[in-house]
Design a protein around this ligand. Structure first.
Ligand SMILES: *Cc1c(COP(=O)(O)O)cnc(C)c1O
Length: 352
C-alpha cells in the first residue's frame, strides 16, 4: 500500500529493517553515541546549534511538554485548525494560562495578529503551527518570526510536525526556541518518537517554572542528557533511534535543497491537478508544500473513492473534522516521488 495520508507515511524497506537491529543497553556508550549521531544530523536538518531532545511519544507529547514546561505568564496560541486547537487544549488541561487566536479554516496566521497580541505584554510564549495538516495551510513563518524577535522575553514555539524534513526551517535564523516534529511524517519513519530542538533561552525559562510534570518535562530531559552524556532519564525507543539515525543519513545524502525542491515539485503538480479537476481549499498565498487539501467541488464520495483506491494499493485522506466529505487531502511528503504522485492522480482520474 502506498500511503498518501499525512502520516504515517510509507517507509522504505531498508529503513524499516533498521528497526530489527539487535538491541543495546540504554546506559552504554553505544547508546550515547547513537543519540549524539542523531543530534548532529538533526542539527543540520534544522539549521541549528541548539540541543536536540527526543521523547518516546508521538509529536503531541513534546507539544504538551513544551507548553507546560515553558509558559510562565501566559501563552498566546495561534490556531489555524485542528492542531493549533490541540495546543490550546493542552494548555487548558494542564492549568496553563493561555489565549487562542484563530482564523477561519483555510487561512493563515498573520504577522499583524501576532504583533497585536504580543504588544499587550500579556504573553511570554507563542505557539505557531508551521504547517496545519487539517487545512493544508503553511503559515508565513519568516514574517511571523520577524515580529516575535522584537519581543526577547517571549519563547517562540513551532509545531513543525508535518513540515520538518520537507520544507526548510532554519531554526536559528528564525529565532525558534522550540521546534517540534515527529517521526511518521516528512521524516519518513514509523511513528513513535517526538523530536525537538531547544534553545538556551527555553531551558532558562523552564528553570523558573513551578510544577512541570515529569515524563514530558523538557528541563529534566535536557539536564539528564547533559549530565549523562546523551542518555535519557527513562528507556528510549532505541529501535526507532537506529532507524532515525539511518534515515537522517539518507536525508542528508539526498541533499536538503534537493529534498525541499522535490516536495515543492510534488506540491505544484498536485495543486495544478486540483485546480483542473476540483479546486483548492486553502488560501493560495499560503499553500502547504507537504500536503494539499482539495475542495470536493464534484461532491464525490471520498469514502468510496478511497475504497476504490485501496484496491489499487493507494490510500488518501478525507477532510478533517467538519470537512470530512467537503474536502480530501493528498499528502506528498517524506520519500514519495513525483512519479508516484502522478501514478496516484492518474488512478483517481480513472475513477472520476
Ligand atoms: C500529526 C500532527 C500533530 C500530531 O503529531 P502526533 O505525532 O500524531 O502526535 C501535530 N501537529 C501537526 C501539524 C500534525 O500534522
Amino acid at each position: 500500500m502506498k500511503l498518501f495520508i499525512p502520516g504515517p507515511v510509507t517507509v522504505k524497506e531498508d529503513v524499516l529493517n533498521q528497526m530489527a537491529t539487535a538491541l543495546i543497553g540504554h546506559r552504554t556508550q553505544d547508546a550515547s553515541q547513537l543519540q549524539e549521531s542523531i543530534t548532529r544530523k538533526l542539527q543540520k536538518l534544522m539549521y541549528t546549534k541548539n540541543e536536540i531532545l527526543l521523547s518516546t511519544t508521538s509529536g503531541s507529547g513534546l507539544m504538551e511538554g513544551t507548553i507546560r514546561s515553558l509558559t510562565k505568564k501566559k501563552a498566546a496560541v495561534f490556531s489555524i485548525g485542528a492542531f493549533g486547537d490541540r495546543w490550546f487544549k493542552m494548555a487548558k488541561v494542564n492549568n496553563i494560562e493561555a489565549d487562542k487566536f484563530s482564523v477561519p479554516m483555510g487561512e493563515a496566521t498573520t504577522p499583524k495578529m501576532v504583533e497585536d497580541a504580543l504588544k499587550t505584554g500579556e504573553y511570554d510564549l507563542v505557539t505557531i503551527t508551521h504547517n496545519e495538516t487539517s487545512t493544508g495551510v503553511m503559515n508565513p513563518i519568516y514574517e511571523i518570526s520577524e515580529i516575535v524577535k522584537k519581543y526577547p522575553d517571549v519563547i517562540f514555539c513551532v509545531d513543525a510536525v508535518s513540515s520538518l524534513g520537507g520544507v526548510k526551517i532554519p531554526v536559528d535564523e528564525l529565532g525558534i526556541d522550540v521546534c517540534i516534529t515527529s517521526t511518521q511524517k516528512c521524516l519518513g519513519l514509523p511513528p513513535g518518537l517526538a523530536i525537538c530542538s531547544i534553545s538556551d533561552k527555553g531551558i532558562n525559562r523552564a528553570k523558573g517554572i513551578g510544577p512541570r510534570g515529569m515524563y514530558l518535562d523538557l528541563l529534566s530531559i535536557y539536564e539528564y542528557l547533559k549530565k549523562k552524556h546523551y542518555q535519557y532519564p527513562s528507556t528510549p525507543n532505541l529501535s526507532l533511534m537506529f532507524a532515525l539515525d539511518y534515515q537522517l543519513g539518507k536525508i542528508l545524502d539526498e541533499g536538503l535543497e534537493n529534498r525541499f525542491n522535490r516536495h515543492l515539485e510534488m506540491a505544484n503538480y498536485v495543486r495544478d491537478w486540483a485546480k483542473e479537476n476540483f479546486d483548492l481549499f486553502a488560501d493560495e498565498n499560503h499553500l502547504s508544500n507537504t500536503l494539499t487539501t482539495i475542495k470536493n467541488t464534484k461532491e464525490i464520495s471520498i469514502k468510496d473513492l478511497n475504497k476504490k483506491l485501496e484496491t489499487r494499493g493507494f490510500l488518501i485522506s478525507n477532510g478533517y473534522g467538519d470537512l470530512k466529505e467537503k474536502t480530501f487531502r493528498i499528502a506528498h511528503m517524506a520519500d514519495t516521488t513525483l512519479d508516484e504522485v502522478k501514478e496516484l492522480l492518474n488512478v483517481i482520474e480513472e475513477f472520476l
